[in-house]
Design a binder for this molecule. Structure first.
Ligand code: ADP
Length: 293
């Protein structure tokens, strides 16, 4: 399964990508993580990327594309990959298309995670990452449980805030998303690859919507099953999902009954999965799903 997760900063691409890694056994490729690692190493690439990242702007296409070309050449990507945070503008999307064509590994699906603007700001400002295990928390919505220990150190999580998660930079990142990344929605819709999901609500529910949009029935995370079994199941699911994604169908899923008690939420999920985020006839909302205030 070769997929791109598309969505504004704070839409949960990284969190959901990590969950897909556990369930599908394919690597997550996050250009943000790769760039942060380059900055932390103090490499030449990191030095060149740093200023743009701290200002909330995009890093030069040539640097990012070089990094992606190298990463997609690694053997663990042969069974598939989840691109998170790349492509981020049309030039990158065209370059990715050419690169995957040359590798004879076209994309199976692009999933756009939709989240209201105010919710994005709330999520980003509360975001903290454990410096040891890398797990992402939100101090407002999903803080570590009382007494929870880091699996790497067996001590409490060491929570850190990303330097670009401050208020001024967040506004610029959201503006850049609107201007540069949002056009990719039409780019991938025109290629029949786009799936849209409502990415608000509980993180497990969003994972279920993502799995449905990919046509991949949910399996328990990898650690609870034998790796071989999961790998085989993942590749079977991936080809079924890919076939469905190419044919434009989403998951094996009943259309929601409008009479059911959860009908409103279910209907919304089904609507976004079909690529229509708004109710027919409803007025246009702010560009990042919700209204800007
Ligand atoms: P978020 O999606 O929350 O903004 P990321 O970790 O994906 O966070 O990216 C952090 C920063 O890294 C971006 O603001 C940008 O400066 C840089 N970056 C990440 N991916 C790309 C890319 N594909 N092209 C250019 N710059 C990128």
């Amino acid at each position: 399964m070769r997929i791109v997760l598309l969505g504004a900063p704070g839409s949960g691409k990284g969190t959901q990508a990590q969950r897909l890694v556990e369930r599908a056994g394919i690597p997550q490729i996050s250009t943000g993580d790769l760039l942060r690692a380059a900055v932390a190493r103090g490499s030449e690439l990191g030095r060149q990327a740093r200023e743009a990242m701290e200002g909330g702007r995009l890093v030069d296409d040539s640097l990012v594309l070089g990094m992606i070309r190298e990463r997609l050449g690694e053997p663990d990507t042969r069974r598939g990959f989840i691109l998170d945070g790349f492509p981020r503008n049309l030039a990158q999307a065209h370059a990715l298309e050419r690169l995957l064509e040359a590798l004879q590994q076209p994309l199976d699906a692009v999933v756009q995670l939709e989240v209201d603007y105010r919710e994005l700001v709330r999520r980003i400002s509360g975001r903290r990452t454990c410096a040891d295990c890398g797990r992402v928390f939100n101090m407002l919505t999903s803080p570590p449980a009382a007494g929870e220990l880091c699996p790497k150190t067996a001590a409490p999580h060491r929570l850190t805030q990303r330097p670009d998660d401050n208020e001024a930079t967040v506004t610029e990142r959201l503006r850049v998303y609107d201007e540069k990344t949002r056009p990719l929605i039409d780019f991938y819709r025109a290629r029949g690859l786009l799936r849209v999901i409502d990415a608000e609500g509980h993180v497990d529910e969003v994972t279920r919507r993502l799995a449905r949009a990919l046509g991949a029935p949910l399996r328990a995370p990898r650690r609870t099953r034998g790796a071989g079994t999961v790998k085989a199941a993942a590749s079977k699911r991936a080809s079924a999902g890919a076939a469905r994604a190419r044919s434009g169908r989403t998951a094996r899923r009943k259309r929601p009954s409008l009479r059911s008690s959860r009908s409103k939420a279910a209907a919304k999920t089904a609507r976004v999965a079909r690529g229509k985020s708004r109710r027919p006839g409803s007025s246009g909302r702010g560009r990042l799903k919700g209204k800007r205030r």
